[in-house]
Design a protein around this ligand. Structure first.
Ligand code: NAD
Length: 253
């Protein structure tokens, strides 16, 4: 079931890491709301063109593919500033791109820790900073950071990932406090286990063990996360900022 938020029609909304998984589903659901969906991808141009066509056919008022690696601040700045110059302000941002390089503490490599923190946390802070000047001149700005339940609970073998996701929550609260007087909102979402490539990669035994700990006894569907993202981007959530919302089938209870 897709929830409908009429004020998202025509809104310029940027989602990072939207070529697959949760980001792609967010792009598709935002397209059904009539948004101008700006999706970030890293390289496969023909796949990006296909996604653009799909988003338009789903009802997007427009669809734009932005090529950049979120860890390359120069490339990211150039891409978003060029977009704003010809299309006007981006008023919705979803910092979604993320990686996990799971390893037990004794085997962790410094470059993996750095790459995880850069991709999941530093990039979100930098992109939000790059957009902040134009946010200040715009109306109804909403930033949504995709954290994780692991950022709240911790998880064995996910030290860097959990630290990056916990960091996103601190960033969310600080940004919300700093920009609230300008009516710019910022919230974080903590998904539990949602069916995407990231969770397909888990061992079947590990998956079964997780399922037993989820009160709703199933993994989440990307559409359920996309609905929450739409709510937070919409004026329907106009009095919510600095919040961290779990979407985990009760895992955290
Ligand atoms: P995924 O691996 O399917 O997708 C991740 C996306 O990020 C891909 O499109 C990938 O290309 C992109 N990406 C990675 N590094 C990038 C970079 N340097 N530059 C640009 N794009 C980059 O994973 P997913 O499950 O869809 O996860 C999306 C977000 O949700 C992540 O931040 C993840 O940590 C978070 N999350 C997922 C789950 C889950 O159960 N799937 C749970 C909690 C949080």
């Amino acid at each position: 079931m897709i929830a409908k938020f009429s004020d998202l029609a025509g809104k310029n909304i940027l989602i990072t890491g939207a070529s697959r998984g949760l980001g792609r589903k967010m792009a598709e659901v935002l397209a059904t709301q009539g948004a101008h969906v700006i999706f970030n991808y890293r390289g496969d141009e023909s796949a990006a063109n296909l996604l653009k066509e799909e988003l338009i056919s789903l009802g997007a008022s427009n669809a734009t593919a932005l090529l950049f690696d979120v860890t390359n601040t120069v490339q990211m700045k150039e891409a978003v500033e060029k977009f704003i110059e010809s299309n006007g302000a981006i008023t919705g941002l979803v910092n979604n791109a993320g990686i996990s390089k799971d390893q037990i503490v004794l085997r962790m490599k410094e470059e993996d820790v750095a790459q995880t923190i850069n991709t999941n946390l530093t990039s979100a802070i930098m992109l939000t900073q790059i957009l902040s000047r134009s946010f200040l001149k715009a109306e109804n700005v909403s930033v949504v950071n995709i954290s994780s339940i692991v950022g709240l609970m911790g998880n064995a073998s996910q030290i860097a990932y959990a630290a990056s996701k916990a960091g996103l929550i601190g960033f969310t609260k600080s940004y919300a406090k700093e920009l609230a007087s300008r009516n710019i909102r910022c919230n974080a979402i903590c998904p539990g286990f949602i069916t995407t490539d990231m969770t397909h990669a888990l061992d079947e035994k590990v998956k079964d063990a997780y399922l037993n700990t989820i009160p709703l006894k199933r993994m989440g569907d990307p559409e359920e996360v996309a609905n929450l993202v739409c709510f937070l981007l919409s004026k329907a959530s106009s009095y919510i900022t600095g919040e961290t919302i779990k979407i985990d089938g009760g895992l955290y209870i």
